[in-house]
Design a protein. Structure first.
Length: 509
C-alpha cells in the first residue's frame, strides 16, 4: 500500500515481521491545526508487541544475524535513497501529524532522516575496534582484539516533536550494528513511522529487522515494551518522568538503556554581543517548532547593560512570527501538538502571572478564524520580572515561551545558567572569543553552543546530564551503545623456560 493510501485509509496499522497487521483496538489521530481526523490507528496489544519481538529474534537467528558490515552499510544507503524518493510522502505524513510549517519539516525533519542513514552507513563502514599485542612478563605473547556484536532486539520509543528525525537517529545506528528494532512512535505522530515501514520493505530490509507498534504508554504498547523480558536494550527520547518509569521497568532485566530526556535550557547574552545576531539566534532557539524541541531555550540571562534593548527587540521579534496553516505562504509557526498539551503550557503561563511575571509578548490563544478554532494554537510568549526560584524558571514547559532575567558578572551568569537539575543544552552569545570558550566550557550540559543554536556534527556526542538523560548518542557513541563487544585473546607464543636462580651459597658448594 502506498503512503498516500495509508494516510487516506481508515486505519494506520502495526508493522510486524515484514507485514502490516490489524488489532482489535483503535484510537483517533486528530490534526493539531484544526482538529480534523487524520487517521484511525490500530493500537498494539501485548500479543502484537510479543510478535514483534519474536520477529526480531527470528531475523537475528537467520541471515540478518550473519550480515556483514559492508552489507549493512549498503542497506542503510538504500534506505536513505528510498527516503529521498518518498520525500513528499514523508513530508505529508509529518505535517499532517504535527502541523509544523512545510519549510521546517522539509528542511529539518525529512532532510535529516536520510542524512542519519547515510552518516551511520559511513560510520559503521569505517569504525575500528580495539586491538592490542600483549607481552606478559613471563614471555608469553598474545593478540587481544574486539569483535563488535549486535545487542539483539532493541526497543525504540520516540516522541512527537521531531518524529521521523529522532526515529531515524536511533534506528540507523541500531541497524548499522546488526540489531533488530521494535519502534513505538508517539500516539500523536504515527504516520511517518508507517511510511518508513514501507520504505524498509522497498529497500530490502529483511523481515523482522524493523517493526512498528502503535499505542500509548501505560497499559499499552509503551508498557508492553518496557516490561517485556526479551528486549536486549531500550532507547528512549522524551519526558524525564517517563524515562524514570522506563528505568524502573527495565531494572529487573539489567539491560542497557539510553535516555535523552527533558531540559530547561539557558542562554547567556553578554553585553559585548552583536545584538542583531543574538536576537535572531534567540528567536530561533526559543520558538522553533513552536518551542517543542528538547534543545529549545526557556531561560534567557542578559547582561544588565543591554537587558532592556534585548528584551524589547526579542519581544518585537516574537510578535512578528506568523501563525497559520503549514502550507500557507509566510507561516513561521505552527500549533502545539495537541489541545491537551496546550492546556499544560497555558497553566504555566498563568503560573508565571501568579508568581509576578510581566508578559511582554503573547500570553494567550490567538484568534486565527473559525476554520482553525479547533487547533492547538498558542501565542509565542515572553515574560520578565521573575527570579531564579520561580517554578516556571525551573520546570520544563516545552512550548514557545521563555523568561528573561538580568545578570551583572560572568560568574553570576554561569551560576544562574547552571542552577538547574537539568543539563541538556546551553547557548552563549558574545563577541569575545576567549569568553565564548571559557563560558561554554563551564556549562554543565551535554552540548554548549557559542553564537549559534541547533548546529551539530552527527559524529559528536549528544545527550544530557542530570534529569536530561543517560548516555550519549552520535558517531562512535551510538555504535558503542548498540554493540556488545567480545574480546578475543589468541596466544602467539607460550611462556619461555626460565633458568632457576641459585643462591650464591648453593652455587659455591
Amino acid at each position: 500500500m502506498t503512503a498516500t493510501a495509508q494516510l487516506t485509509a481508515t486505519t494506520l496499522r502495526n508493522f510486524v515481521g515484514g507485514r502490516f497487521i490489524e488489532t482489535d483496538s483503535h484510537f483517533e489521530k486528530r490534526s493539531p491545526v484544526d482538529g480534523s481526523l487524520v487517521a484511525m490507528v490500530a493500537e498494539a496489544d501485548r500479543a502484537a508487541v510479543d510478535a514483534a519481538v519474536q520477529a526480531g529474534r527470528a531475523a537475528l537467528n537467520g541471515a540478518w544475524g550473519r550480515s556483514t558490515v559492508p552489507e549493512r552499510a549498503a542497506l542503510l544507503r538504500r534506505i536513505a535513497d528510498r527516503i529521498d524518493a518518498r520525500f513528499d510522502d514523508l513530508l505529508a505524513a509529518e505535517v499532517a501529524d504535527t502541523g509544523k510549517p512545510l519549510h521546517l519539516a522539509r528542511e529539518v525533519d525529512i532532510a535529516r532522516a536520510s542524512a542519519n542513514f547515510r552518516a551511520f552507513a559511513d560510520m559503521i563502514a569505517s569504525a575500528g575496534v580495539d586491538s592490542y599485542l600483549t607481552e606478559a612478563a613471563d614471555g608469553r605473547r598474545a593478540l587481544n582484539y574486539a569483535l563488535r556484536k549486535p545487542l539483539g532486539v532493541v526497543g525504540v520509543i520516540v516522541p512527537w516533536n521531531l518524529p521521523l528525525l529522532l526515529l531515524t537517529w536511533k534506528v540507523a545506528p541500531a541497524i548499522a550494528c546488526g540489531n533488530a528494532v521494535v519502534v513505538k512512535p508517539s500516539e500523536e505522530t504515527p504516520s511517518s513511522a508507517t511510511v518508513l515501514a514501507e520504505i524498509m520493505v522497498e529497500a530490502g530490509v529483511p523481515d523482522g529487522v524493523f517493526n512498528v507498534v502503535h499505542g500509548f504508554g501505560q497499559d499499552s504498547a509503551g508498557e508492553f515494551i518496557t516490561t517485556h523480558p526479551d528486549f536486549d536494550a531500550i532507547t528512549f527520547t522524551g519526558e524525564t518522568s517517563t524515562g524514570s518509569a522506563i528505568m524502573r521497568a527495565s531494572a529487573p532485566f539489567v539491560r542497557p538503556v539510553s535516555f535523552e530526556l527533558g531540559g530547561k535550557n539557558a542562554a547567556l547574552v553578554f553585553d559585548d554581543v552583536d545584538i542583531d545576531r543574538a536576537v535572531a539566534g534567540l528567536t530561533r532557539s526559543i520558538f522553533t517548532n513552536t518551542g517543542q524541541v528538547c534543545l529549545c531555550t526557556e531561560r534567557v540571562y542578559v547582561q544588565r547593560g543591554i537587558f532592556d534593548e534585548v528584551t524589547a527587540r526579542l519581544a518585537e521579534s516574537a510578535r512578528s512570527l506568523r501563525l497559520g496553516r503549514p502550507d500557507a505562504e509566510g507561516t513561521t509557526t505552527g500549533p502545539l501538538i495537541s489541545t491537551g498539551h496546550r492546556e499544560k503550557v497555558l497553566s504555566y503561563l498563568e503560573l508565571a502571572r501568579q508568581e509576578g511575571g510581566e508578559v511582554i509578548a503573547g500570553g494567550g490563544i490567538p484568534d486565527l478564524g473559525s476554520d482553525l478554532a479547533g487547533g492547538a494554537w498558542i501565542e509565542p510568549t515572553l515574560w520578565t520580572g521573575l527570579d531564579q526560584d520561580a517554578r516556571v524558571m525551573r520546570e520544563e514547559v516545552f512550548g514557545p515561551i521563555a523568561g528573561l532575567i538580568p545578570f551583572d558578572t560572568e560568574e553570576e551568569g554561569i551560576r544562574l545558567a547552571n542552577d538547574t537539575k537539568y543539563g541538556l543544552a546551553a547557548s552563549v552569545w558574545t563577541n569575545d572569543l576567549e569568553r565564548g570558550h571559557r563560558v561554554a566550557g563551564s556549562m554543565r550540559v551535554g552540548i554548549s553552543w557559542v553564537n549559534n543554536w541547533f548546529l551539530r556534527d552527527l559524529r559528536s556526542p549528544f545527550g544530557g546530564t542530570g534529569l536530561s538523560g543517560i548516555g550519549r548518542e552520535g558517531g562512535e557513541h551510538s555504535l558503542n551503545f548498540y554493540s556488545e563487544p567480545t574480546n578475543v585473546c589468541v596466544t602467539l607464543s607460550d611462556a619461555q623456560p626460565q633458568s632457576p636462580v641459585m643462591p650464591e651459597t648453593a652455587a659455591a658448594s
